[in-house]
Design a protein around this ligand. Structure first.
Ligand code: ADP
Ligand code: MG
Length: 697
């Protein structure tokens, strides 16, 4: 392998390349656009496009694409070659500023939730210069936002950029109140830890459920699962190690700061974490990471599963969204400071997050809602569907002392006066000790742990940024008018703690007692996607998100519909796949084995009179009963799938799926899984859990 420092970012049109290749004037002007959002002059765009093309062609690119993130959750690209005919019959390579800035993909087949009527089906893509262009598979990829002609967002990037802007605006107001004049921008940073499974490609291909749905719909428990806890941080197997080395190299080429890799709790489960970056870039990079993981796996004869719950009975995969706010001068606003003023500022930003998470618990839950993630949340392996915050004992005690005007143990019997006293030193809880909390403070950042492994991280960060922007706005409105800043600040922090302490919980989130307690505290517990998604359109949510210009009401309605539609389609595809596998693979396999048992019994009694045929008889009886049950359940399932077609409303269809279809699928599975344990291995039609989970050496 070449030197890491040389490969890193070699396929990225980054600041280094821009500085070296663009004229000083063009570079300065582009920097202004990147750092301050200034509009880009067309002459500058032309110069940038020309240089970008030259660099891309030198690095093997023949095509370019506007790379965007429609509401399908994955990325989209439509390649255009650079070629343009020359008068002498040859071609030249061309790329204009106009092509760089704006694209018009024929995008009528992307979900729009009714925003885009077919007569104006074309959407357009707009260059996002804050995320560097890169080369992937000989194609220059230009990160873009995707909108309708009416200007409505049709993607996940546009609202994310808007939410970052909203937070920036409100955070700057607060910083000014603390006398800070230098900071020009406050950005949020994210480091997403990504979990995934690796299985053998040949085995994967034999499982129609994995091929069509990304998760196993059948499968009896193997003799060994994750109970020995011998996989977490265990020695990485050679095939997996080779995959990881290759993956790191591909990610580094794209400027992705892949940093940590280790085995996870379940067998065949692994994790990759990058070093954190600006939320917008972290989001693009996470999308790329998921794509490259799948591609590199194939090169190694493996399949990378990003589904939230590929296997029943062992842990599913999530994503931890480590989030903080930082100034362009390099100050982490969630880091406790050294002086009374820094401390007060830290506590105010901390309280803004506490208030935001409590006021918009529902939006955070909605931001991670998918059919896949419904299997994880609350299944004693991932946080519950109830949102709460872990602060650790020390910080909680400090907040309590402030709330009640009582001395904190470190403050020598005097009560803590914000803006005057230094915060008592407290041991930062940087460990991952409380893994059961959905939203944990880990010293200088919050870790939001409810995301599913295949989720785009943009949705969670849109909601988080917007909700915190709203808290900060309420604070700034009040503090800007206050006569005595320090007293107003003190009162406001006290009030926040009083009003929102119900969201704080340091205990075990997996405990049933907590769910009862959470209910008493009035916290939301939306167990499934159909339960939570309609609340996206609750008045308070619409009001908050539209007031910060993150979404329009139309965009919210369309998103609600698309997310529910996606839920319904996902489960219906799973149900269809189950029915297909039951009828074409499982039932025939059982019958074949029962036939074999009958033949054996008959032959045995012919040769040896009076011999026992207990095994053949009992097994055949049990299997025949199960096969009758599987048939009945499959017929019921088919009927239910057919009846869903007439519901005609995604909210009602979602409820129907939650209440009827999913329970039927579980019943069908139970019968088939028992049959698997009674059927001789060579008759079972596809690889088992044991094969899949322990098959990669
Ligand atoms: P863990 O104990 O959860 O494994 P790590 O220290 O490995 O914690 O960090 C996990 C992720 O958090 C990494 O992606 C890391 O870059 C990111 N991270 C660290 N500091 C910050 C921060 N200030 N803001 C956002 N993300 C951060
Ligand atoms: Mg973590």
């Amino acid at each position: 392998m070449e030197k890491v420092t040389e490969i890193f970012g070699s396929m990225v049109f980054d600041d280094r390349i821009m500085k070296a290749r663009l004229s000083d004037k063009v570079y300065q002007s582009l920097k202004k656009t990147i750092d301050e959002g200034k509009e880009l002059d067309i002459s500058v765009a032309n110069a940038v496009a020309e240089t970008m093309k030259e660099w891309a062609v030198e690095n093997g690119a023949t095509h370019f694409t506007h790379w965007f993130q429609p509401l399908t959750g994955i990325t989209a690209e439509k390649h255009e070659s650079f070629i343009s005919p020359a008068p002498d019959g040859r071609v030249i390579m061309e790329f204009s500023g106009k092509e760089l800035i704006k694209g018009e993909p024929d995008a009528s087949s992307f979900p729009s939730g009714g925003i885009r009527a077919t007569f104006e089906a074309r959407g357009y893509t707009m260059w996002d210069p804050t995320s560097y262009a890169f080369i992937k598979d000989n194609c220059l990829c230009i990160p873009t936002a995707f909108c309708s002609y009416g200007g409505e967002a049709l993607d996940k990037k546009t609202p994310l950029l808007r939410s970052m802007e909203a937070l920036n605006k409100q955070a700057l107001r607060i910083l000014r109140l603390f006398g800070n004049k230098d900071v020009k921008r406050v950005n949020t940073s994210v480091g997403p830890e990504q979990e995934y499974f690796l299985v053998d490609k040949e085995m994967f291909d034999k499982r129609k459920d994995l091929v069509y749905t990304g998760r196993t719909l059948f499968g009896a428990k193997p003799p060994k699962g994750q109970e020995m806890e011998d996989h977490y941080f265990g020695v990485i197997k050679p095939r997996v190690a080779a995959f990881m080395a290759d993956l790191n190299e591909e990610l580094w080429k794209l400027g992705i700061l892949a940093k940590t890799e280790h085995n996870e709790v379940a067998p065949a489960q692994h994790e990759l974490a990058p070093i954190y970056s600006t939320t917008n870039v972290a989001t693009d990079h996470n999308q790329l990471t998921m794509e490259i993981m799948q591609k590199v796996a194939l090169k190694h004869g493996l399949c990378c599963l990003l589904h939230e719950k590929p296997f029943a009975g062992v842990n599913g995969s999530g994503k931890h969204n480590n989030w903080s706010m930082a100034t362009d001068t390099g100050v982490n606003l969630l880091s406790p400071g050294e002086t009374p003023s820094e401390n007060a500022q830290f506590l105010l930003f901390l309280c803004a997050v506490i208030k935001a998470v409590d006021d918009y618990q529902d939006l955070l839950r909605i931001s991670v809602a998918t059919a896949g993630n419904d299997h994880r949340l609350g299944a004693n392996e991932a946080p519950p569907a109830v949102v709460s915050i872990f602060l650790g004992d020390e910080l909680t005690a400090i907040l309590e002392a402030i709330e009640t005007d009582t001395p904190y143990k470190g403050t020598e019997k005097t009560t803590l006066k914000l803006g005057v006293d230094v915060l008592p030193k407290f041991a930062r809880d940087t460990t991952d000790r409380n893994r059961t909390s959905p939203f944990a403070f880990t010293g200088n950042k919050f870790e939001f742990r409810m995301l599913g492994s295949s989720n785009s991280i943009s949705c969670a960060n849109i909601m988080l940024n917007s909700a915190v922007a709203e808290s900060l706005k309420i604070y700034a409105d009040r503090l800007e008018k206050a006569k005595d800043f320090e007293t107003a600040l003190h009162d406001m922090i006290k009030k926040t703690i009083k009003d929102h302490k119900r969201i704080l919980f340091n205990g075990n989130g997996y405990d049933d007692k907590w769910l009862k307690e959470a209910k008493k505290r009035g916290l939301c517990n939306y167990r499934t996607t159909p339960d939570c998604m309609p609340h996206l359109l609750d008045e308070k949510n619409v009001k908050m998100l539209t007031s910060h210009n993150v979404f329009t009401e139309t965009e919210l309605k369309s998103r609600c519909e698309i997310m529910l539609d996606n839920y319904c389609k996902t489960v219906v595809i799973e149900a269809n796949t189950m029915s297909d596998i039951a009828k074409k693979q499982i039932l025939p396999a059982i019958e074949e084995y029962v036939g074999e048992l009958s033949k054996t019994a008959k032959n045995k009694t012919k040769v040896f009179s009076g011999i026992s045929v207990e095994y053949e008889k009992k097994t055949a009886e049990k299997l025949s009963a199960l096969s009758a049950e599987i048939l009945t359940k499959t017929e019921e399932l088919d009927k239910e799938i057919a009846s869903l077609k007439t519901v005609g409303n995604v909210i009602k269809e979602g409820y129907e799926i939650r209440d009827k279809l999913l329970p039927l699928m579980a019943e069908l599975r139970a019968g088939a899984d028992t049959a698997e344990t009674l059927t001789a291995s060579k008759y079972w039609p596809f690889p088992t859990y044991g094969d899949l989970l322990f098959g990669v050496k």
